[in-house]
Write a protein that binds this ligand. Structure first.
Ligand code: ZN
Length: 295
């Protein structure tokens, strides 16, 4: 465990000890702030842990779909006693997201947003692990083929998810880092990817989530994303304020399904969000620059 992980574990233990996470969660719920969760692997071995996390989350939040989340944003106010919504999103398009996560979410009345990489979904079984190692998880070792959750969903499974009311989002054509790409490659990675997903689902692809870290995007990429998508999701934590209408960027807290209860409760409470405030500020500035260049 490195120093940063040790510090994080210590902070979580201290917050749980003085019940700061419970107090922060109560304040957040009272302010009607919505939360978007980002998840990656959901293998069957974590199904019980994910169910327990969803049971806990459903006591504090309304587990929603993209549509109900957006409806709440468009019509703020309403019943002050009602729980704030939480939206679950899944990056990269693993088969386990379709087999394990989607039915579980459905059993709680929710629907997810699945951010798909079309070139990964089109990989033949013999090529998919190499694609995963090269494009999606460069830290994976050749020996991880038996341990990691790397198998992609097929285009048929993606269409089936869309037909069951889940939202299919765009995660670039080849899981590309967008910052610094020339205009024609941005169009290829963003617009061609959206067109391919739309041809599989027969539905518009409204949501986009960029890959890798919070800073793997630049103003030019944001401009192309905004041109082709209504909603842009960031790998950067924060809440969605329902009094301010539709946000230009949807902040997401990464809360994986195998996190222990103390860790996920801490993250849902928002106590880790201040750590991300400078990054949110940089992204807002970048967005202003992108909009200024558009006019
Ligand atoms: Zn990804």
């Amino acid at each position: 465990m490195n120093l940063r992980s040790q510090l994080r574990a210590l902070l979580i233990r201290a917050a749980v000890l003085v019940r700061a996470d419970e107090a922060a969660l109560r304040i957040q719920c009272r302010r009607a702030r919505g939360v978007v969760v980002a998840i990656h692997e959901t293998p069957a071995v974590f199904e019980g842990q994910f169910r327990a996390q969803l049971e806990w989350a459903s006591r504090h939040f309304a587990i929603s779909s993209l549509n109900t989340f957006i409806q709440r944003l468009r019509a703020p106010g309403g019943d002050p006693e009602s729980k704030p919504p939480v939206l679950f999103t899944f990056d990269d398009g693993r088969e386990s997201n379709c087999r394990v996560a989607a039915p579980l979410l459905e059993s709680f009345g929710g629907r997810g947003v699945f951010f798909i990489v079309p070139a990964f979904a089109e990989c033949s079984p013999s090529k998919a692990f190499d694609f995963y190692r090269m494009r999606i998880d460069p830290h994976a070792a050749p020996s991880d083929e038996n341990g990691k959750d790397w198998k992609p969903m097929t285009s048929a499974q993606i269409a089936e998810l869309a037909a069951r009311g889940h939202a299919i989002g765009n995660h670039t054509l080849t899981h590309s880092r967008l910052a610094g790409l020339p205009p024609e490659e941005l169009e290829h990675e963003i617009a061609d990817s959206a067109r391919k997903l739309e041809s599989w689902t027969n539905q518009p692809v409204e949501s986009f989530a960029w890959t890798f870290g919070w800073d793997s995007v630049d103003a030019s990429a944001l401009r192309v994303i905004q041109r082709h998508h209504k909603f842009c999701f960031a790998p950067c934590a924060g809440t969605i304020d329902f009094d301010r209408g539709l946000p230009t960027i949807f902040w997401r807290r990464e809360i994986e399904v195998n996190y222990p209860p103390a860790e996920y409760r801490f993250l849902y409470s928002g106590l880790a969000d201040p750590w991300w405030s400078t990054r949110r500020w940089h992204l807002r500035k970048m967005l202003q620059l992108s909009n200024a260049n558009q006019t």
